[in-house]
Design a protein around this ligand. Structure first.
Ligand code: FES
Ligand code: FES
Length: 197
């Protein structure tokens, strides 16, 4: 994970600044007519190891913030009503639905997306490819984040436990039989690497 100093994000154009005053100066000159950023609207967030201070609008969901404003496209917006799991991210080690979570509620939280999991060279990426656990791939980041949270908690899950953990993730391409195989093999790789330390 990268160690990065906090960044202030413009709520109107997503430009990044190192200091709140610089953000305010930018917003007042580049976005005349829009409300000036206020320190009270700021949340602190650690996203895939990067630290941000971001002014969020009260109506933004976490998916709006991550996908639309910060440009991480892995949390997909499909049903927008908590029914499909395609928008899943890991927050404070638990899988959550980013379409059903307000960004303003996430102050101080640590969030992980499929981009962060791929950056760690997590074996799930390799085993998902090996076992063809995706077709169109739209649902895949949601499955991968759910699976990563499961393996963080339970390094040796039984097939039944995996199926239960994935119960909220839907796949229109019908890849369901492949996920337990990919996840159990990733778990084995992780246990072997832990044992070799
Ligand atoms: S888009 Fe969030 S659960 Fe479907
Ligand atoms: S792989 Fe297409 S929706 Fe799951």
């Amino acid at each position: 994970m990268k160690d990065q100093t906090s960044q202030y994000l413009c709520p109107y154009c997503s430009s990044k600044f190192d200091a709140f005053e610089d953000l305010k100066t930018h917003a007042l000159s580049a976005h005349t007519g829009e409300p000036a950023p206020l320190p009270e609207g700021m949340i602190r967030l650690t996203l895939n190891g990067d630290k941000y201070q971001i002014q969020v609008q009260p109506e933004w969901t976490l998916n709006t913030l991550i996908h639309d404003k910060l440009g991480l496209t892995s949390p997909k917006m499909f049903c927008d009503r908590g029914a499909c799991g395609s928008c899943t991210v890991i927050m404070n080690r638990r899988p959550i639905l980013s379409c059903m979570t307000l960004a303003i509620e996430c102050d101080g939280n640590t969030i992980e997306t499929a981009e962060g999991i791929a950056d760690q060279d997590h074996p799930l990426v390799e085993t998902y490819v090996k076992h063809h656990a995706m077709q169109c791939g739209y649902c895949t980041p949601g499955f991968i984040t759910t699976a990563k949270a499961l393996l963080d908690k339970n390094p040796d899950p039984a097939e039944e436990e995996i199926r239960e953990a994935l119960g909220g993730n839907l796949c229109r391409c019908g890849t369901y039989p492949q996920h337990p195989k990919a996840i159990m093999e990733a778990a084995e790789i992780l246990r072997d690497s832990e044992g070799g330390k």
